[in-house]
Design a protein around this ligand. Structure first.
Ligand code: TYD
Length: 134
């Protein structure tokens, strides 16, 4: 499965715009929503992969870059529009950086929090991929 941008509706209004994330636009049943905010200048997040969990990330305010790595290639995706999210399947190494001031990252997740689903060591990630696809 490959990562992809998911666009959700934007209802424009002179009083402010409204976007909606309905369950059917997310490619998995939603189990958890969390958000990252108050991010200091220069901070970086992520630095892990998930064995099973899938997620969709939205920059609901501001912007940031997501660097995805499938063990073979690296991809840089800039999120800077509240109504365009990034679907990240399991098995991608992810890093989040270049957060703008006031950026808020909303994460929709396929699973509840489980530390056992994380691989936080890049070398372990690479060697697990090699075991899977020798
Ligand atoms: P982590 O997923 O590593 O954050 P990021 O990928 O955004 O850098 O989580 C950071 C810490 O927060 C880690 O100690 C686990 C904890 N945490 C929870 O307790 N529940 C959650 O749902 C999440 C996402 C993290």
């Amino acid at each position: 499965m490959k990562f992809k941008i998911i666009e959700v509706p934007k209802i424009e209004d002179p009083r402010g715009n409204l976007s909606v994330i309905e369950k059917d636009v997310i490619p998995f049943p939603i189990k958890r929503v969390y958000f990252i905010y108050d991010i200091p200048t220069g901070a970086e997040r992520g630095g892990h992969t998930h064995k099973h969990q899938k997620s969709v990330l939205f920059a609901v305010n501001g912007s940031f870059d997501v660097i995805l790595n499938d063990g073979d290639q690296s991809y840089l995706i800039s999120l800077n529009t509240p109504n365009k999210g990034l679907f990240i399947p399991n098995g991608y190494w992810r890093e989040l950086k270049n957060f703008s001031s006031g950026a808020v990252c909303l994460v929709i997740s396929s699973d509840e929090y489980d530390e056992n689903d994380y691989i936080r060591d890049y070398d372990v990630f690479i060697s697990e991929l090699k075991n899977k696809y020798p």
